[in-house]
Design a protein around this ligand. Structure first.
Ligand SMILES: *Cc1c(COP(=O)(O)O)cnc(C)c1O
Length: 472
């Protein structure tokens, strides 16, 4: 596969280079494959549908062709995914796709574990460590730290905004030792991301340290997230005839979004033949993308803090990829969009629990509420000409191509549950008055000592710390 750059389509590079460098330093652009090959129809039409690992192997294969032999790829997939996504029905036209069964209880394990193993594969021949810098608004850091921990030749430094992530999230990323460490920055997620981006463009620093990224801009995190969209859509399509009594459903993936890496992965799955009719982009008050869809103006802004803090992103990096592949009209044909504020998040957790008995986390809850609104008259009102004010919480005024299948109950929503509710226990308690069950792997991490290093939001201080503390 040839990879190109969102800012300069004349760029041509390998998977290895795209993975190891993270982004194109020369242009500031992000890497994307030049094409998204469709899977064979014989594979897509299997009933029962293929296993998650089978899908992962077949989807990854064209993207690493000529660079990772099949045998090694199969070993990477096997090692990366000892767990699977789980699809749970909520009602006759709604499923939850649980993506939190990996080691850190959030969907980012899917991308981070594949990336760690491909980087380790490509780094085998190098004599010096590769330093991964990660900015996190919550779950990236722990997923990346966990995925790289103990991997030889690789070294990880995590930056997170002090006081702006939950206690469990902080424990999960600040308790590593050895080749993984965390810096708590006095600033926002965007400040952390800026420190990392500045480091990547700092020629002087790069003369001394080999740097790479691991946040959702890395193509090796984005590609594997497409596997579970394929998995879920094939499973739902096969089950719809029996479970839902719908022969040709419009399958809508409802994606709680911040940096829009997850949703971009869904677009890749659709390009590769996943039976997905479209998407619902669900955000918190950081509504840059819903505003873009509603008004046509893309207006990046500083992030604001919310209860769904892993989505507190005002300048979503993957807008760059989405807009390099699609124009606004394509996006409007595929996407519904929805946003809500903190009050809406708490109400959504309660509403989901009251209606279905399912305990959902604050991120997934926004997706739940978006779909609940869409199927309970929201989409029909848009079809009938309603033009809601996009500055108020709710659905934004855009009618995707699949909208007509909502009133006739031929559409099925698949809500991506991006984290375990146990990671956001207090918000869940505030909403429903009871604690979500805590997985044992979370309980264990709470007992470890905190090792995070305090850091000002100041590039020179950050750079000096890197030069003094990282192995050259
Ligand atoms: C990272 C994260 C998101 C947002 O995903 P993006 O790819 O940044 O859009 C949503 N929910 C949770 C729990 C996350 O950790």
């Amino acid at each position: 596969m040839i990879y190109t750059d969102t800012r300069d389509k004349s760029v041509k590079t390998t998977f290895k280079n795209a993975v190891m460098s993270g982004m194109n330093q020369a242009t500031g652009g992000l890497y994307i494959p030049v094409e998204f090959p469709k899977l064979d129809s014989s594979f897509l039409e299997k009933d029962p549908s293929p296993s998650f690992r089978d899908i992962a192997f077949n989807m990854a294969k064209p993207f690493v062709e000529g660079e990772i032999p099949d045998e090694d790829l199969a070993a990477i997939i096997q090692d990366a995914y000892p767990f699977s996504p789980k699809l749970t029905p909520l009602d006759s036209t709604t499923y939850v796709l649980e993506l939190f069964h990996g080691p850190t209880c959030a969907f980012k394990d899917f991308g981070a574990r594949f990336m760690a193993r491909t980087m380790s594969y490509f780094n085998k021949s190098e004599g010096t460590p590769l330093h991964i810098l990660v900015a996190t608004s919550g779950d990236t850091g722990s997923a990346v730290g966990s995925a790289f921990h103990g991997v030889p030749g690789l070294d990880v430094t995590i930056l997170y905004p002090e006081g702006k992530i939950s206690k469990i999230q902080e424990k999960q990323l600040s308790t590593f030792t050895g080749n993984v460490r965390a810096l708590k920055v006095k600033g926002t997620f965007d400040d952390c991301q800026k420190l990392v981006k500045t480091a990547f463009t700092d020629e002087d620093l790069r003369k001394t340290l080999r740097l790479s990224s691991a946040n959702s801009i890395n193509i090796a995190r984005l590609l594997p997230q497409s596997f579970y969209y394929m998995y879920a859509s094939l499973l739902v399509k096969n089950r719809a005839k029996l479970d839902n009594k719908i022969t040709d459903p419009a399958i809508v993936m409802v994606v709680p979004s911040g940096n829009f890496g997850n949703l971009t992965s869904g677009l890749i799955a659709k390009e590769m033949g996943a039976p997905i009719a479209g998407f619902t982009a669900a955000t918190n008050s950081n509504r840059t993308i819903p505003d873009w869809i509603a008004t046509g103006n893309y207006n990046a802004r500083p992030s604001v803090e919310t209860l769904a803090n892993a989505m507190d992103v005002g300048t979503p990096s993957n807008y760059e990829r989405i807009s390099a592949i699609y124009n606004l009209e394509d996006v409007r044909k595929m996407f519904a969009s929805y946003w809500t504020d903190n009050e809406g998040i708490v109400n959504a957790i309660k509403n989901c629990f009251d209606k279905t008995g399912y305990i959902i986390d604050p991120h997934g809850a926004i997706g739940y509420q978006a779909w609940d609104d869409i199927k309970n008259g929201g989409m029909e009102r848009l079809i009938n000409g309603d033009k809601p004010d996009y500055t108020k919480p709710g659905l934004t005024a855009n009618i995707p191509e699949w909208a007509g299948k909502v009133p006739s109950k031929e559409s099925i929503g698949v809500i991506l549950e991006t984290a375990s509710p146990a990671k956001f226990g207090q918000t869940v308690v505030d909403a429903i008055g009871r604690e979500p069950p805590i997985p044992q792997r979370l309980e264990e991490v709470m007992r470890l000592p905190d090792m995070a290093v305090p850091m000002e939001n100041d590039y020179q201080q950050f750079k000096a710390w890197l030069l003094a503390n990282l192995e050259k």
